[in-house]
Design a protein around this ligand. Structure first.
Ligand code: COA
Length: 168
């Protein structure tokens, strides 16, 4: 089970204009082939795309973000990242939990994402939310090449509470 270490005051909400620099910086320090500012601006303009940020307090700077697409009854998570100095404090878990709540509210049936097989920390995080490997061994390339494997999770109350463990 993921420990809930974050105190009250932690805030998750849509990326605001003032968050753009922070989000680009989180991305830059988190990935070898980071998306640039222009990509985030394109994402922000897409009707089906959501970029949420997490802050230590409502007025604080963004320390992490999640970017996902809602298409029909499916959510695809493109990106989750947290500033290196803010990791292991529960911020990514909070972002995913809130995304699962959103999924439940929008009657989403499946959530999918892709993660590198070598990214064991992220895989552990996703499995703790009941994401299941659906394509391990398969490598995919995106516009920004990141070789990943796929995970998917049914949107269910079991996944929503963040306590469900990987069954496989
Ligand atoms: C993966 C990432 C988003 C996790 O963010 P985070 O805020 O540190 O994650 P959390 O603190 O919410 O972690 C919750 C749980 O996930 C697991 N976890 C997260 N990172 C882990 C790591 N590096 N090693 C092992 N387990 C990890 C742990 O079970 C952790 O609980 P614990 O700290 O009580 O053991 C962050 O490491 C990151 O930004 N990495 C670079 C970008 C990236 O790889 N994103 C994922 C792309 S698919």
């Amino acid at each position: 089970m993921i420990r809930e270490r974050l105190t009250t005051g932690v805030h998750v909400g849509p990326m605001l204009d003032r968050d753009l620099d922070a989000v680009v910086e989180v991305e830059r320090v988190s990935f070898k082939t980071p998306w640039g500012r222009d990509v985030f601006l394109e994402e922000a303009a897409r009707e089906w795309a959501h970029i949420w940020v997490v802050r230590a307090s409502e007025e604080g700077p963004a320390v992490g973000f999640i970017n996902f697409w809602l298409v029909r009854d499916e959510i695809h998570i493109l990106n989750v990242a947290v500033l290196p100095e803010e990791r292991r404090k529960g911020y990514a878990a909070r972002l995913i939990r809130q995304t699962l709540t959103f999924a439940w509210e929008h009657k989403v049936r499946y959530l999918t994402l892709e993660v590198r097989r070598s990214n064991q920390g992220a895989i552990k995080l996703y499995k703790s939310f009941d994401f299941k490997p659906s394509g391990f061994g398969r490598t995919t390339t995106r516009t920004t090449p990141r070789t990943r494997s796929s995970c998917s999770s049914p949107s269910s109350p079991r996944a929503l509470d963040g306590r469900a463990r990987h069954r496989g």
